[in-house]
Design a protein around this ligand. Structure first.
Ligand code: GAR
Length: 204
């Protein structure tokens, strides 16, 4: 409880390594996130290392796999069912690599947030995810990149921006070195801050 109010119930959706999930777990432990609690992790990939991170933190983790569901509609119905079962107030996409339909995102206005590894509106939208974003930034030759946390709406990476942080590109950067620096200097900082901000707003 923060100030006698109940905590926002947070579901984190992942697909891979889960370093952003880890940043959220750590932020909850060290009090940066104090108005919400992570109650569920949903993975689109049953082999994601993120699941192990959730388990190590004692957070329930489930996989909802599109191929096994058979259709986008069934995939999203499976996710909805879990979100409802765990009473999620806020849905955090933390390296979640599946596209969600307008039907899905429209059901949770201002309740889904995403972390994207560039300064939106650069290097974002369809086809820009993971390492590809950093490859594109280096190919363009920008000198500054960063990360953005935003609300999710029907436009890919087009929802209202909550937080951004800039990161300088350094000589000799590869997509991999840049990805790591953007995570360390921006994503892992602004994602927990944004989750706390949205938790406070939601429980007001
Ligand atoms: C992160 O860099 C995240 O911003 C990016 O994928 C990586 C996931 O890493 N997300 C996107 O590109 C979404 N468009 P993680 O699994 O270690 O958190």
């Amino acid at each position: 409880m923060a100030d006698g109010k109940r905590l926002a119930r947070i579901a984190v959706m992942v697909s891979g390594g889960g370093t952003n999930l880890q940043a959220l777990i750590d932020a909850q432990k060290n009090g940066i996130i104090k108005s919400g609690e992570i109650v569920l992790v949903i993975s689109s990939n049953p082999d994601a290392y993120a699941i192990k991170r959730a388990e190590a933190a004692g957070i329930p983790a489930v996989s909802v796999v599109k191929k096994e569901c058979g259709s986008q509609q069934a995939f999203e119905a499976g996710i909805r069912q879990k979100l409802t079962e765990y009473g999620a107030d806020i849905i955090v996409l933390a390296g979640f690599m599946s596209i969600l339909s307008e039907n899905f995102t429209g059901s949770y206005p201002k309740r889904i947030i995403n972390v994207h590894p560039s300064l939106i509106p650069s290097f974002c939208g369809k086809g820009f995810y993971g390492l590809r974003v950093h490859e594109a930034a280096l190919a363009y030759g920008v000198k500054v990149t960063g990360a953005t946390v935003h609300f999710v709406n029907e436009i890919p990476d087009g929802g209202e921006i909550i937080r951004q942080k800039a990161v300088y590109i350094e000589p000799g950067d590869t997509p991999e070195t840049l990805q790591k620096r953007v995570m360390r200097e921006a994503e892992w900082i602004i994602l927990p801050e944004a989750v706390e901000q949205v938790s406070v707003q939601m429980m007001r």
